[in-house]
Design a protein around this ligand. Structure first.
Ligand code: BG6
Length: 492
C-alpha cells in the first residue's frame, strides 16, 4: 500500500471533487490502496456547515463509489477529511490555519490538487509558495484545461514554475490513468509481435474516438467559447495518439515516455487553410432525440440568447510525419450528444495483398486491434479463421480477447491511480510542460484557420453520429468509422 500522504483539494467541495475525486479516494480506502492515516483537506470559499460524514453521504448517494458505500468505511473516511474555508485571492488567517494543519507531518508527501479554474492556478501556487507549502515533499496537480491557447498555457507554466519545479508539477490528463491505456503500453512494449507490426508497412490507418452521449448542461460557463477542440482534442485525444504512435522508450520512466510523446507532437502535420477545410469537421448539436426522449440544442442547453460558434463535435484526419508513420492517416473524432458513450482506439491493418481463394475476396475483413477505454476496458484482436464445420473456404471473423482477468484497477478509476502516482512522485502518466505547449501550438494553428474562415459551423442532430461530412471524411478514402458494441460488429 501507498504510504500515508496529505491531499489538499483546492475547490474541494466543487464539481470535480464531488463527482470524481472523493468517490475515487473512498474506493481506494476500501480497496486497501489508500492508507487510513492519510489526510484529505478540502478547501472551499464558504466552508461547510454541519457534519462531514453526512455531507459525504449525500455526495456518494449521487456519485456512487465503485465499491458502494458502507457505514463503517464512511465513518473511517469522514475522519480523514477536513473541510476548511480558504480564499484564493489573498493570504491571511485561513492560510495560516492550512499551514499549521499541514505542519504536523512534515516528512509526508503533500499533494496539492488544484481542482479550480486555470485563472486561479498561478495565484494559488504563489500563496502555496508564500506559506512555504511548496517544499520538496510537496507536489502540485493541475487539472486541465491548462490555459486556452499557447500563450495562456505558457504564462501559467512559467508562473507555476516560479513556485514548483517541473519535478513537482503534475499536469493531469485523466485519460492516461485509464487501465486500457496502460495496457496498451504493456502490450506494445512487452510483445515483439506488436512492435514488428507497428508501422506504415502493416498498418492501414488508426481511428481514435471519444464519444459522449451527454450534452453540456450545467457547464456553459466553461464550455461556451472553449469547444471540443480545446476541451478534448488538445489533451485527451492527442495524448492517446502519442501513446499509440510513439517510438519505444528506452525505459518506461517519466522522462523517456515524455520525450517520445513530444517527438510525436512535433511531427504532427500542420495544415494550410484549404487542407484544414478538407480534413477537419467541426459542428454543434441541434435539438434531437436520445433514447426516445426529446433533447434540446446546444444553445437551448446553455440558455444562450443568440447563436454560438462553439463546436461540440470535431472529427479530423491527420498525419504524423516521420519514418514510422509516413502516409498513415490518423482519424480522430469526439463529440457531445452522440448516440452512445464510448472511447476506443482502432488500429486497422492493411488488407492481405493477394487472396489465394477466389471465394474469399470481400469476405476477408482486415485485421484490427481494438483498445476500448470505456464504457468497459477491452483489448482484442480481430482476425479471420475458418468457419468451424462449414466448407474449407468459409471464413469467419473472431475476436481474440486480450483482457486481463481479476484486476479491480478498472473499477477504481483513473483519478485514484493518478493521485497515488503523484503522492509517490511518479510522473510517467502526467504531461510535461513542453507537451502541453506543443499540443497548443498545433491546436492554435487550426483555430486560427477557423477564425479566418467564413465557412459556417455545421450542425448535427443530437442523438446522431455527427454531420454527413464526418462520414465523408472516411468514405472518400474508402474507409469507414468502426464502432463495436457488445461484441457486435457494426459501422457507426
Ligand atoms: C473532460 C472534459 O476532460 O473529460 C469533459 O472536460 C468530458 O467535457 C470528460 O466530458 C470526459 O471524460 P470521461 O472520462 O468521462 O470520458
Amino acid at each position: 500500500m501507498q504510504e500515508a500522504f496529505d491531499l489538499v483539494i483546492f475547490g474541494g467541495t466543487g464539481d470535480l471533487s464531488r463527482r470524481k475525486l472523493l468517490p475515487a479516494i473512498y474506493a481506494g480506502l476500501v480497496a486497501g490502496r489508500v492508507d487510513a492515516a492519510s489526510r484529505i483537506v478540502l478547501t472551499s470559499r464558504s466552508g461547510l456547515e454541519g457534519d462531514v460524514a453526512a455531507w459525504l453521504d449525500g455526495i456518494f448517494a449521487e456519485n456512487v463509489p465503485a465499491c458502494g458505500v458502507d457505514a463503517a468505511s464512511l465513518k473511517q473516511f469522514a475522519n480523514m477529511v477536513t473541510v476548511i474555508e480558504l480564499g484564493l485571492t489573498d493570504g491571511g488567517e485561513d492560510w495560516e490555519a492550512l499551514q499549521s494543519l499541514l505542519a504536523g507531518n512534515s516528512d509526508r508527501a503533500i499533494v496539492h490538487f488544484l481542482a479550480v479554474p486555470p485563472s486561479v492556478f498561478t495565484r494559488t501556487c504563489k500563496l502555496l509558495g508564500d506559506y512555504g507549502l511548496n517544499d520538496t515533499n510537496a507536489r502540485v496537480v493541475l487539472e486541465k484545461p491548462l490555459g486556452h491557447d499557447l500563450a495562456s498555457a505558457q504564462a501559467i507554466n512559467a508562473e507555476v514554475g516560479r513556485w514548483f519545479d517541473e519535478s513537482q508539477t503534475f499536469r493531469i490528463d485523466h485519460y492516461l490513468g485509464k487501465e486500457a491505456v496502460q495496457n496498451l503500453l504493456a502490450l506494445r512494449f512487452s510483445n515483439i509481435m506488436f512492435e514488428q507490426l507497428w508501422s506504415a508497412r502493416t498498418i492501414d490507418h488508426i481511428q481514435i474516438t471519444i464519444a459522449e452521449d451527454l450534452g453540456v448542461q450545467g457547464r456553459g460557463a466553461f464550455y461556451e467559447g472553449t469547444g471540443a477542440m480545446r476541451d478534448m482534442v488538445q489533451n485527451h485525444l492527442l495524448q492517446l495518439l502519442c501513446l499509440v504512435a510513439m517510438e519505444p522508450p528506452a525505459r518506461l520512466d517519466a522522462d523517456s515516455i515524455r520525450e517520445e510523446k513530444l517527438k510525436v507532437l512535433k511531427s504532427l502535420k500542420k495544415y494550410t487553410a484549404d487542407e484544414a477545410e478538407q480534413n477537419i469537421v467541426r459542428a454543434q448539436y441541434s435539438g434531437g432525440a436520445m433514447a426516445g426522449e426529446v433533447v434540446g440544442s446546444y444553445v437551448d442547453d446553455l440558455d444562450l440568447d443568440g447563436d454560438s460558434t462553439t463546436e461540440t463535435f470535431v472529427a479530423l484526419k491527420t498525419y504524423i510525419q516521420n519514418w514510422r508513420w509516413a502516409d498513415v492517416p490518423f482519424y480522430l473524432r469526439t463529440g457531445k450528444r452522440l448516440p452512445d458513450r464510448f472511447a476506443e482506439i482502432v488500429i486497422q491493418f492493411k488488407p492481405i495483398p493477394h487472396s489465394p481463394h477466389e471465394g474469399w475476396g470481400k469476405h476477408i475483413n482486415p485485421n484490427r486491434f481494438i483498445i476500448r477505454l470505456q464504457p468497459e476496458d477491452h483489448l482484442a484482436l480481430r482476425m479471420m479463421v475458418k468457419n468451424h464445420g462449414s466448407a474449407t473456404e468459409a471464413l469467419r471473423e473472431v475476436e481474440m480477447n486480450l483482457d486481463a482477468v481479476g484486476d479491480d484497477a478498472t473499477r477504481l478509476g483513473p483519478y485514484l491511480r493518478l493521485i497515488l502516482d503523484a503522492a509517490r512522485g511518479d510522473q510517467s502518466l502526467f504531461v510535461h510542460r513542453e507537451e502541453v505547449e506543443h499540443a497548443w501550438r498545433w491546436v492554435d494553428h487550426i483555430v486560427e484557420h477557423w477564425q479566418a474562415s467564413d465557412a459556417p459551423l455545421k450542425t448535427y442532430q443530437a442523438g446522431t453520429w455527427g454531420p454527413y461530412e464526418v462520414h465523408h471524411l472516411m468514405v472518400r478514402d474508402d474507409r469507414q468509422w468502426f464502432h463495436e458494441t457488445s461484441g457486435r460488429l457494426s459501422n457507426g
